[in-house]
Design a protein around this ligand. Structure first.
Ligand SMILES: NC(=O)c1ccc[n+]([C@@H]2O[C@H](COP(=O)([O-])OP(=O)(O)OC[C@H]3O[C@@H](n4cnc5c(N)ncnc54)[C@H](O)[C@@H]3O)[C@@H](O)[C@H]2O)c1
Length: 250
């Protein structure tokens, strides 16, 4: 029996991109995946694809910034196996639109950016904690971004907050044995990035990488499996950069 057999993983933004890839990897290892997505159709479709492969998944529509709905979502997710073993705070507003200068982005979009990326992480974590307590190996993985380490945009600052909250929650929950870690992906070729990021921006990022190859979803899945698994049982409060060496520094 693998370490994920019979365990429940809640993945926000599970309908596409990293979230869908995380769900596939965890289900293939025996976990039950709960795909939470604002886009209910994308979540349902991703869960149906997993079910076709005899994997255990369910989709729940919801906005990570909606406190009442996230309380319901965590309750429903916990019902399956008596609790939640892994929460991946992955849903986020990003890509070219949210990397724009603050004056162009404007207050309404900046508020929504922080509401989803920052408060979404807080909301889902607080809603999940009661269902994670007392479960051996229970942990949280937050998806930050390389942009957090550059702070060149409001998006980057929202992800810096995600990295900071990782330390806050790690120290608050460590006494109960719940680990909290983050991953900062560099430019990774998800469908959204391929469709939305202008070629000039892609080339700019590639020039900043030490490795002259593109990042793939499998690179982030591998980091997630390490961070959430027993191999990282003594690791908490850390943000792991998976960027091809972009902006490498101390
Ligand atoms: N792809 C990259 O290169 C990259 C790099 C660094 C960080 N990230 C981060 O990784 C995460 C996932 O990236 P991706 O490329 O897979 O994204 P994506 O845009 O392909 O998918 C994100 C999913 O989240 C869902 N979502 C958005 N807002 C939501 C909300 N309020 N509540 C619930 N669901 C919501 C969307 O419907 C979508 O299905 C994001 O947090 C992003 O900031 C991505």
């Amino acid at each position: 029996m693998g370490e994920w057999q019979g365990r429940t993983a809640v993945i926000t933004g599970g309908g596409r991109g990293f979230g869908k890839a995380f769900a596939e990897a965890l289900c293939a290892r025996g976990a039950h995946a709960v795909l939470v997505d604002l886009d209910g159709q994308a979540g349902e479709q991703a869960a149906a694809e997993l079910a076709l492969r005899q994997l255990s998944a369910q989709a729940l529509q919801g906005d990570v910034a909606d406190e009442a709905r996230m309380a319901e979502v965590m309750e429903l997710a916990a019902a399956r196996n008596g609790g939640i073993d892994l929460l991946i705070n992955n849903a986020g507003l990003h890509s070219d639109e949210y990397g724009q200068p603050t004056r162009i982005l404007g207050l309404a979009k900046i508020r929504r950016l922080f509401d989803v990326n920052v408060m979404g992480t807080v909301t889902c974590t607080l809603a999940a904690i009661p269902h994670m307590q007392g479960r051996a190996g229970a942990n949280v993985v937050n998806i930050a971004s390389m942009a957090a380490h550059l702070c060149g945009s409001a998006y980057g600052v929202s992800k810096l907050a995600v990295s900071g909250l990782t330390i806050t929650f790690a120290s608050e929950l460590g006494g109960e044995g719940i680990r909290v870690n983050a991953i900062s992906p560099g430019m990774i070729m998800t469908e959204t990035i391929k469709a939305e990021l202008p070629p000039a921006t892609m080339d700019f990022v590639r020039r900043g990488q030490a490795l002259k190859t593109d990042g793939a979803e499998t690179d982030i899945v591998a980091a997630m499996l390490y961070r959430s698994g027993n191999g990282a049982r003594f690791v908490t409060g850390e943000t792991l950069r998976v960027t091809g060496g972009m902006g490498a520094g101390i």
